[in-house]
Design a protein around this ligand. Sequence first.
Ligand code: FES
Ligand SMILES: [Fe+2]
Length: 354
Amino acid sequence: MRLHGLDLELTGWFQVAWSGDIGPEQVVPLRYFGRDLVAYRGKDGVVRVHDRYCRHLGASLAHGGCVVDEGIQCPFHGWIWAPDGHNVSIPYQERPNKARKLGTWPVVERNESIHVWFDHAGREPYWDVPDALRGTAQAAEREFHPAWPDGREHATDLRVHPQMVVENAVDPHHFRFVHNTPISPVVLQERVEGPEWRARVGFGKRWRDHSHDEHGALRTDTMNTIDILWSGIGVSVNVEHMREGVRVITINVTPVEDGRSELFATYWIDRSGDEATYRRRLADAKLALPDDIKIWNHQVFLDPPALATEEGRGFRRMRQWARQFYPGDVAGNGPTGIDDTRAPGTEKLEAGAP
Ligand code: FES
Ligand SMILES: [Fe+2]
């Protein structure tokens, strides 16, 4: 893991656009993962993403290419490339070129967002993009205002590594300082399953002091909680249940170049109030993230970090989990800090260490 730069070899789903960015039969240039890409919405309405340069003589399909029935047509000599990357037509020759294939990227359009699967080893997707609005009971039972066009923020030219953002899920103590909450929230629940990390965080004294009922079971209500889901380290869903209702926020960081990234944030507010209430709640929902970005954008990645005793387990578990998204499976090549085979109990020594 090379956190002084930005890994261009992370595996997972990464957001590259919003649905509204790619209209019917529209062709757009994209640049992510250190590569030039082209995206278009086919006549069937489905978005495809390919390597940008025509395999004939290298023209950019994103600059003048057009959508035709069979796929995308190059502006230079009219060769047509099918959604699976095969050449299906050379307009001045009877047979297409069977040998050359245009690089093709798996795409999922969900929750008004376009996600691309990236895997350095070229593996097919082995998990799916979560449905942000249907993944938890408190969101599934509500209707939401569409996020497009006002419920989104696109921060570009960042040096924020996705790893720094994912670690938010185990970092309740930054809330007091970055977001001015009177007391730190508490992590109530954590569940890790394959590429998914789920956590519930409770805000306020009631959760701090009375998180469990008289039988020792975690309370099941969700008022003043955030349910966090990380699906890989590129896609996150935050379902926030506050007094005014439920809001769902996705915060997705996508590598662009070595050392540079973009962040896509999307905000859905439930339809419980009038238009003015919606506007105010949307503005409120957007307040927190810029404060986080200010920190992340200037942060360096410490390995190992100096953790307070109560932070140790969460951070180490998170880094261990995140390791699956980095290339290679050997200890030295995972996210650093998680080749931690120290015996349990040694974390005490670490608290407060530089
Ligand atoms: S460069 Fe694309 S058809 Fe010639
Ligand atoms: Fe934060």
